[in-house]
Design a protein around this ligand. Sequence first.
Ligand SMILES: Cc1cc2nc3c(=O)[nH]c(=O)nc-3n(C[C@H](O)[C@H](O)[C@H](O)COP(=O)(O)OP(=O)(O)OC[C@H]3O[C@@H](n4cnc5c(N)ncnc54)[C@H](O)[C@@H]3O)c2cc1C
Length: 447
Amino acid sequence: MSAADIDAYDLVGIGFGPSNLALAIAVDEHNARCPRPEDRLSALFLEKQDDFGWHRGMLFADATMQVSFLKDLVTMRNPASDFSFVSYLHAHGRLADFINYKTMYPLRVEFHDYFTWAANRMRDVVRYGHTVTDVVPVAGGDFVDVIAATPEGVRTVRARNVSVAVGLEASLPPGVEPGARVWHNLDILHRAASFEVPSPRRFIVVGAGQSAAESVAFLHSRYPTAEICSVFFRYGYSPADDSNYANRIFDPQAVDVYFDAPADVKRMLFDYHRNTNYSVVDGDLIQDLYRRQYAEGLRGEQRLRMLNASRVTELTGGPDGVRAVVEHLPSGDREPLEADAIVFATGYRPADATRLLGQAGSLCLRDEESLLRVGRDYRVATDERLRAGLYLQGGTEHAHGITASLLSAGAVRSGEIVTSVAASVADRPPVPPAVGRPLAMTGDRLS
Ligand SMILES: Cc1cc2nc3c(=O)[nH]c(=O)nc-3n(C[C@H](O)[C@H](O)[C@H](O)COP(=O)(O)OP(=O)(O)OC[C@H]3O[C@@H](n4cnc5c(N)ncnc54)[C@H](O)[C@@H]3O)c2cc1C
């Protein structure tokens, strides 16, 4: 079935990062197992970027994955899939070399290449350059129209189910606006590529998580004459807990346990194990930075500075740089710092799914803490006026735990969503004709 023959898709994915890419593959493999055409699922994915890209702004040459390569797009769901990282290595003639490399944690650039290879094989079901702006319930609530802005104008795609996987957004401290000299780490590589100061004197990096430490290491290597000041509340970077038992929090079974637990136990487990992922740094990177700083001390050329137990209290910007005041919290001492740029590695937050879902989002149900009510199958509970399925990949930590936005669970999560979607479309309602019409002409929407 080609995309042009379809009036309404069983599933429309919003975003085509690793989560919905894994879902596209899971749909494809589901269809391959269905002898009856009517049991197969039609799917289309809409992605705002012009081509596949996974956090390109943080794709440092030497950064490694924080997750085992076995937690690729498919293996945990279907170890026999030919979309695995091992299949990718084989297809590129690098399997033996990778085995001899003796690592579970490939370079991020290599995993990006793996994702791109898989995305290119799924190219038929993706439309790039499509930014989804609204999701509108139609036809008595059995369908939604997904509205996307494209270079050619507005496009409407009708869906029985939607999977929202739009990833993370940059989180900046209150009052901080990004600018030419004020960056968030998410686009540090793009900023650095267009940064025209020939010999910058100083950068400030705020934050103590993995992204902050990677940004410090990157700037330190890239600008060999610049001082790099790493400013953070903690006394020192804390290592990520990737020990055997703690790592089980990322297992598929952990999602079952977490999902059924009482709210206070969920919070307890999350707090105990947040140091597997949040505000922590890979141990090797901590050592690498320490070694650099120590060697500089030996040479008497200290340009990597750790301003620990500290915070930025004032920030003023100008066209030629920024002026920050850094307060040392134990002593109250304040140090003014002129810098060519400041990088806020102050974290991410899941993009707000209900904002993206627009009109459909207003029909999503919330619990007493105003959190979205989400089923074990990642489907959001909706007002009875909306029967089309809305699935979330990301932003459901409160229901599914720490893996909700991570690669670890992506393969299995995709399989669970496909199972749920396949069950929901078993008795497909007939499709009302509206696809491709401009928004104003589809007169059958819910009011
Ligand atoms: C630098 C970095 C490194 C990371 N490394 C790891 C790791 O090693 N292991 C791990 O488990 N997790 C890691 N993460 C966590 C990260 O959440 C996952 O790696 C992964 O990106 C989740 O995939 P996703 O598809 O849900 O989101 P994303 O990869 O963010 O993809 C979302 C996609 O949706 C698109 N989109 C957004 N809005 C719209 C719209 N309105 N219309 C259409 N398309 C839209 C975006 O362009 C993007 O392509 C890392 C995160 C960062 C920032």
